[in-house]
Design a protein around this ligand. Structure first.
Ligand code: MN
Length: 426
């Protein structure tokens, strides 16, 4: 047994640090007037990858520099061998007892290591397309039970297809971005016709997003194994949802306005390589899947997930749900293979939402719709306030980490505050 890998950056070795040397997630950051560029998080610092690349300490292997860009896409487009090489080189530069080039050169260190508190984090990649799935059995069962009863909870295709819809890339925003309550049509139960106005059932969905880092040609299917290789990394994802708008609009083509107003993601993309030790298998299949969806190995991950809710002015947030990504029925690799199998071209920068992650117990549900059971059983926050859905001024925060031996692979926070609905122009 080799001793656990440590960094010469002491703070990175704290057991509750989200960004130990085993993680090295990628993001895009800026300081002051500086143009945004790619970085990697370690401890309480951000490594400026553009500086290391310009100083020829780090080489992604492409024909042109990739890290001075305001998005990870150019780096991702170099493909899995470049992802491995850059990760190995960064590990070498940041490990205690590794290559001392950065550790010993105070001038370089001063330019290449930036305190995380001094940076603005931007959307880490340019989102080419956003697709969201409905792939957790407990979530599908809960929602189906509320609307159709427990005997008809799962639609007939559910155990055979990772059900998804094409969402909007244009309103994917980085953590910390405020979210406006959407306007739209709703039809209250028993009403003769629809009304127009702010959503009254605004919700979150706790999800994990897979970031696609490689493309397939149009018309060329990919296997589940190939799909797994195409995934660059994972983020936390809050698929904000207006339940009342969705209930009125969703048949027969699925959600439209109800999920197009905002999708928040965490600012750091955790590389798939950092999650390798945490792979777990999808659960036993209740019906055999068609062969194109067979997994060659474990494709889910043991990632603990939490949802915090903080009303405006409250001193502290209340943790309203704790669950685990392993509760998914379909993996992101299966979703990607299914997406491409009909001929769809997938692009570098595509984002696939896992679908709401809900565990078997009530405190493990990944949406307020489920936690409050459609508003029937409001939850009580530590402030004494109750909630069935998200109210104006509430801040919702997702957190996640995989627990290693003496360290954890953290995702950082995915947070967003809800602002009142806009007024209609003229
Ligand atoms: Mn969703």
């Amino acid at each position: 047994m080799s001793p656990p890998l440590k960094s010469w950056l002491g703070q990175a070795n704290e057991p509750d640090c989200d960004f130990p040397i085993q993680n090295l997630p990628y993001g895009v950051f800026g300081r002051d007037a500086e143009s945004p560029r790619c970085g990697a998080a370690i401890g309480d610092a951000v490594v400026d990858l553009a500086v290391l690349e310009a100083e020829e300490v780090l080489d992604a292997g492409g024909s042109a520099p990739v890290f001075g860009r305001p998005a990870l896409n150019d780096f991702m487009a170099l493909g899995p061998p470049a992802w491995s090489a850059v990760r190995a080189r960064l590990t070498e530069l940041l490990a205690a007892g590794g290559d001392p080039r950065l550790e010993r050169d105070a001038a370089l260190r001063g330019r290449a290591l930036v305190p995380r508190r001094d940076v603005r984090l931007a959307l880490p990649f340019s989102v080419a397309g956003y697709t969201d799935f409905y792939a957790c059995r407990q979530h599908a069962f809960n929602v189906g039970t509320m609307f159709r009863g427990p005997d008809n909870a799962l639609p007939p295709n559910w155990l055979h297809i990772p059900i998804g819809y094409n969402g909007r890339a244009s309103t994917v925003v980085v953590s910390g971005t405020d979210v406006r309550r959407p306007l739209g049509q709703t039809k209250p139960p028993g009403a003769d016709g629809p009304r127009f106005g702010p959503s009254r059932r605004l919700d979150i969905e706790l999800e994990v997003g897979a970031v696609v880092g490689a493309s397939n040609p149009m018309g060329r299917p990919v296997s589940v194994a190939e799909a797994d290789e195409m995934i660059f990394g994972y983020v936390l994802l809050n698929d904000w949802s207006a339940r009342d708008i969705q209930a009125w609009e969703y048949q027969p083509l699925g959600p439209f306005q109800a999920k197009a107003f905002a999708t928040s993601i965490s600012p750091w993309v955790v590389p798939k390589a950092a999650l390798e030790p945490f792979r777990v298998a999808t659960p036993d299949r209740e019906r055999p899947l068609l062969p194109y969806l067979h997994e060659p190995g474990p494709m889910l991950y043991d990632i603990e997930l939490e949802v915090d809710m903080r009303p405006e002015g409250a001193d502290a947030a209340t943790t309203i749900a704790r669950t685990n990504y392993r509760h998914m029925y379909y993996s992101s690799a299966q979703q990607l293979a299914h997406h491409a199998v009909g001929g769809c071209r997938m692009n570098v920068g595509d984002l696939l939402g896992s679908g709401t992650v809900s565990g078997p117990e009530r405190g493990q549900f990944g949406s307020l719709l489920e936690l409050s059971w459609g508003g029937r059983d409001p939850i009580t926050l530590d402030t004494g306030e109750t909630r069935s859905f998200v109210e104006d001024g509430d801040t919702m925060t997702l957190r996640g980490w995989a627990r290693g031996d003496g360290h954890r692979i953290g995702f950082g926070a995915c947070t967003g505050k809800v602002l009142p609905a806009p007024t209609l122009p003229g």
